[in-house]
Design a protein around this ligand. Structure first.
Ligand code: FES
Ligand code: MG
Length: 597
């Protein structure tokens, strides 16, 4: 295994924490670095004898309820780190709560990333437990681990228990809310019922219990080999979750002793595995840009087209909302991610040799994985849906966009994409909204004449436009159409949508309108053509008209409201390339500190 950044050689090697605490050339600095870590009761022996110093990057807090459970789990992890001969330093990360942060939690992924890079680089930490959960916490942690490249392991907090409403109906977080929103528009339920359903969808500690972005990203971490097998889907309150926290703590100490680093694990093969596995899970469209971001910080080449290439031929096997029926508890009881991986491996869709945090290749980890319920984890050969990947669309007014195929249901195909002679092709009249406020203000405006031959577009919702890129593309039709039984219209935009949404939307149009993308030139009433055969989405106006609009175009950006928003906009790229801080990408494998006095 080639490691270009290996700092030490020979055994026992001197750990990086000893750079702080064992520096014969500068006893003064050693004393200064050490004394403040003694003042809460650690002894010199503990920190100077070369024990691995293990950080717990704590994402839980009152501000981030999806991850709050990690405050408890960390106690189990600490005990394990101790038992394995390490010393534990738990420290807080910048919180990222999907349902709390304005204007969007996505804005803070890169901020949390930056903060964690500084902590891992600048403090005496030999290895780290990454406490993941809510959507953006997982990529933020993995991106930082990739950049610094010290031994790192993911411990997810686990999904909430399955939600129930009125004793029977399965209520999935997020997914239930999108449906209840439609039911309220159709006049089927009142606001009080809407709020009851929302509360029922969040029945315990943990993150979203659907295959939303949180379950998707934690499964993706497992698929990458960055967590212990089976970690992703254990519900937060289950006993196995605490046991997993303990096992993870034991393992990170061994990983430091073995010098097993993210660069050994997050290889190109691992990223290909991740794409295939999350495709089989029907995972969130947010996985696409997050995975590209992690790969870029790891120095592994990965493009949006790889999603189409490696997702191709992989069926949807996991029957979980929003693409299917069940929730996290059921998936866990059926076996979780390992049997899905095993089935893929047996069908030649997994690189079995990819290294993992266990110190063994993935094929070894999953060799005995069992599927306990084939209704929930359907077999590869008899899957829920045959083609389930992510289509990468191109068009004459943008470079790339992404569409999650597993949520294009038969209803949608029948209604929009199956006219004789024009299978998979749809011509529609565009209705264009300038962001979500404009959408809410005008969606029910009768003068727009929205009918089932329309496609709704939203712009100003990308990384620069929002800023941070908003989960607002899954727009519902006007109330009148919903009442008439049309619950879905084709939608597209330069923003994103929640992983819990089952809407067959065209997302992440890059470049976004605020970055001068052609979406900025579209006008309500324009005709557009979606052709899923050629995977294209085109604006049907001639070049001269396009040019006339281009000449008249003036960029409009909402003002930044915080310093970080301005910094983010100055340095962040498009969703197509992971929405990363572009000037951060060149800092790779920086575990060796420099400049210690
Ligand atoms: Fe935090 Fe879904 S809102 S996991
Ligand atoms: Mg979300």
């Amino acid at each position: 295994m080639e490691r270009t950044d290996k700092t030490y050689s020979g055994a026992p090697r001197k750990l990086r924490s000893q750079e702080w605490w064992d520096n014969p050339d500068n006893p003064g600095m050693t004393a200064l670095y050490m004394e403040r870590y003694l003042n809460f009761g650690l002894t010199r022996e503990e920190i100077q004898s070369g024990k691995p110093i293990i950080g717990i990057a704590q994402t839980g807090s009152d501000l981030s309820p999806c991850n709050r459970h990690h405050l408890d789990l960390a106690k189990r992890t600490r005990e394990a780190i101790r038992a394995a001969g390490g010393v534990c330093f738990e420290f807080p990360m910048h919180p990222i709560q999907e349902t709390g942060k304005r204007p969007t939690a996505a804005l803070d992924r890169n901020l949390a990333y930056l903060g964690l890079v500084e902590l891992l680089y600048g403090y005496p930490i030999d290895g780290v437990v990454l406490t993941t959960g809510c959507d953006k916490t997982t990529p933020a942690c993995l991106m930082a681990a990739a950049t610094v490249n010290i031994p790192a392991i993911v411990l997810s907090g686990g999904p909430m228990l399955d939600g129930y409403y009125r004793g029977q109906e399965l209520i999935g977080s997020g997914t239930a809310i999108w449906q209840a929103r439609k039911d309220m528009s159709a006049g089927k339920i009142d606001e009080n019922t809407f709020l009851e359903i929302a509360a029922a969808s969040a029945p315990s500690v943990g993150h979203c219990n659907t295959m939303g972005t949180a379950s998707s990203m934690n499964s993706m971490a497992e698929a990458l080999g960055m967590s212990l097998p089976g970690c992703a889907m254990i519900p937060a309150p289950y006993r196995e979750r605490g046991q997993m926290a303990y096992e993870t703590g034991l393992r990170i100490v061994e990983m430091v002793n073995e010098d097993l680093r993210p660069s050994d694990i997050m290889t190109r093969e691992a990223f290909e595995n991740a794409i295939r596995i999350v495709t089989a899970l029907g995972a969130s469209s947010n996985c696409v840009w997050h995975l590209i971001a992690i790969a870029r910080h790891m120095g592994v080449e990965l493009t949006v087209d790889d999603w189409q290439t490696y997702g191709e031929g992989v069926p949807l096997v996991v029957n979980m909302q929003p693409a299917g029926k069940y929730l996290g508890e059921a998936f866990h009881k059926a076996g979780g991610v390992p049997p899905v991986m095993r089935d893929l491996l047996e069908h030649g869709k997994l690189n079995g040799g990819a290294m993992t945090v266990t110190g063994k290749p993935v094929a070894d980890n999953i060799a005995s994985a069992e599927n306990f319920n084939t209704e929930i984890i359907t077999p590869f050969d008899k899957p829920m849906m045959k083609e389930a990947g992510y289509a990468v669309l191109r068009g004459n007014f943008f470079d790339t966009a992404v569409m999650k195929i597993s949520v294009i249901g038969p209803e949608f195909r029948k209604k929009y994409l199956s006219r004789p002679g024009k299978e998979n092709i749809m011509d529609a009249r565009a209705i264009v909204f300038e962001g979500s406020e404009d959408y809410h203000d005008r969606i029910n405006d009768p003068s727009l004449n929205i009918d089932e031959n329309c496609m709704l577009f939203i712009r100003g919702t990308g990384p620069l436009g929002w800023p941070g890129s908003a989960e607002v593309v899954n727009m519902q039709p006007p109330d009148a159409l919903i009442k008439a039984g049309i619950e879905e219209l084709p939608v597209a935009g330069d923003g994103r949508q929640s992983g819990t949404s089952g809407s067959p939307s065209i997302l992440h149009i890059s470049p976004e309108s605020a970055a001068g993308g052609g979406l900025a030139l579209m006008q309500t009433g324009d005709m557009i053509r979606l052709d899923l055969n050629t995977r294209t989405l085109d604006l049907m106006i001639d070049d001269a008209e396009m040019q006339r609009r281009q000449d008249a175009y003036q960029q409009k950006l909402v003002e930044s409201q915080t310093p970080w928003q301005e910094i983010f906009r100055d340095h962040t790229g498009q969703l197509e390339t992971g929405m990363v801080l572009e000037n951060a990408v060149k800092y790779q494998r920086i575990s060796q500190t420099r400049g210690l006095p």
